[in-house]
Design a protein around this ligand. Structure first.
Ligand code: 5GP
Ligand code: ZN
Length: 114
């Protein structure tokens, strides 16, 4: 997707504070962090949202979560805890239409949401 900001970060066409990249996913720091750790983990292939997932993507989605786990350990927040969020569509608050998993931690989260 030539007009997708996350595709451009994945391809290093625009700057992004990348913390991880492999053949399936890329992780980079959110430009407007809401907590000391705020990382976005995205599939390298353009998938607009959870609504566009197919059964062929199941291993990829699993890898998004195991990458979140690994990065939480690396950030030193695995024990204190963190929040994983995927926003979907207008009511979900999705702004960027390239599927992304927010990894947020380093402070106590507020709850309930909504
Ligand atoms: P959403 O609301 O779609 O779940 O979250 C989109 C997130 O992407 C927001 O937290 C926003 O700060 C972040 N974001 C938007 N544009 C950029 C960008 O160009 N670079 C980075 N690193 N993050 C971005
Ligand atoms: Zn994209």
């Amino acid at each position: 997707m030539s007009d997708c900001v996350f595709c451009k970060i994945i391809a290093s066409e625009i700057p992004g504070d990348k913390v991880h990249q492999d053949e399936q996913v890329t992780a980079f720091r959110d430009i407007h962090p809401v907590a000391p750790t705020h990382i976005l983990i995205v599939p390298n292939k353009h998938i607009a949202s959870i609504n566009e997932l197919t059964s062929e993507d199941e291993a990829l989605v699993g890898h998004l979560f195991t990458t979140a786990r690994t990065l939480a350990e690396r950030e030193g927040i695995a024990e204190s805890g963190y929040r994983l969020i995927i926003n979907v569509g207008p009511h979900g608050g999705q702004v960027v239409y390239h599927l992304h998993l927010h990894l947020i931690g380093g402070k106590k989260m507020r709850y309930p949401m909504g």
